[in-house]
Design a protein around this ligand. Structure first.
Ligand SMILES: Nc1ncnc2c1ncn2[C@@H]1O[C@H](COP(=O)(O)OP(=O)(O)OP(=O)(O)O)[C@@H](O)[C@H]1O
Length: 285
């Protein structure tokens, strides 16, 4: 296992913010950690990154307890924080070359050659620009490039696509899916963008008030809730819309009765967002 977390607890002062959190991740798995603001996502990730000391529980990251990890271990992980605004006067290429040099002693394939990396994150045209002149989305792409420059075995992404335009978001999703599939990079992602989680994650963990309240594939979670499907169609000039718990037998019966007269059929099943809201609200109520 690349990640093993067992009975993780975190207490700030006299407030417990993580209660017995347990999960695992294997090589090449993309895990999305979802939850409302203040649920404990960043705290969990910061403990795994070795930036915060846990109160109790067992944590192993790449076979090592991050609380006592060394530089060699740190060179094997990549981190994209929520936001940082340093290095304004550096040019994009120079900054990546500088950051990449740190990884050179830690493996023949490290760092990722800067030109290839710039192309992978869509920053080739901005290579000579100063960091402070980048747009918000370009700046975020640079954050991602800095997280990737060491070719990490494990990548932490904290809300990585905030500020991306739709095309950049799509390219980023392809990049992440490729890293996991082709290079077996393990990825732990937090996001409030539920379609993003549905698209990228092999497995989703929903954290609410410091507890994991649901875990599974996006499909597991959407099928775990009882919510009606929305079925729409036309018969001649008449439009119909129905809310039905299981749309498949309904649609079969519809075609058996009306055949080709059924037109413009649309079936909307519950989305990950519906499941997320049901699961989170179920816990809070
Ligand atoms: N240094 C700290 N001292 C005391 N309490 C803290 C500290 N850091 C975080 N907390 C509290 O711990 C809880 C979990 O915070 P955390 O930042 O992990 O949540 P999150 O799920 O990442 O939220 P968001 O989606 O807003 O980023 C919150 O109630 C927060 O106020």
């Amino acid at each position: 296992m690349v990640l093993t977390v067992e009975g993780l607890r975190m207490r700030y002062g006299d407030t417990d913010v993580l209660h017995e959190v347990s999960f695992q991740a294997r090589a090449g798995e993309v895990l999305a950690l979802l939850g409302p603001n203040g649920a404990g996502k960043s705290t969990t990730i910061e403990i795994l990154e070795g930036f915060r000391l846990r109160s109790a529980g067992r944590v192993e990251v790449l076979g090592v307890d991050p609380a006592g990890a060394d530089e060699r271990w740190r060179a094997r992980i990549g981190i994209v924080l929520q936001s940082w605004r340093d290095h304004g006067n550096w040019r994009v290429r120079e900054l990546l070359e500088h950051q990449g040099a740190y990884y050179a002693p830690y493996g023949a394939d490290r760092p990722w050659p800067v030109d290839d990396l710039l192309a992978a994150v869509g920053l080739t045209a901005s290579a000579r620009q100063k960091v402070r002149t980048l747009s918000g989305g370009q700046r975020r792409r640079l954050d991602v490039a800095i997280g990737l420059v060491g070719r990490p075995e494990l990548l932490f992404l904290d809300e990585p696509t905030t500020g991306f335009d739709p095309a950049a978001r799509r390219e980023f999703h392809d990049l992440i899916a490729g890293l996991a599939a082709d290079q077996q990079t393990t990825i732990l992602l937090t996001t409030h963008d539920l379609p993003e989680a549905a698209r990228l994650a092999d497995r989703i963990l929903i954290l609410t008030a410091g507890r994991i309240v649901a875990t599974g594939t996006p499909t597991d979670l959407t099928t775990s809730i009882t919510a009606p499907h929305d079925v729409r169609y036309t018969l001649g000039v008449q439009q119909f819309q129905h809310q039905i718990l299981d749309s498949t037998p309904f649609v079969q019966a519809l075609f058996a009765q009306h055949g080709d007269a059924v037109q413009n059929l649309e079936v909307h099943r519950p989305t990950l967002e519906d499941a997320y809201l049901a699961l989170v609200n179920g816990v809070q109520s």
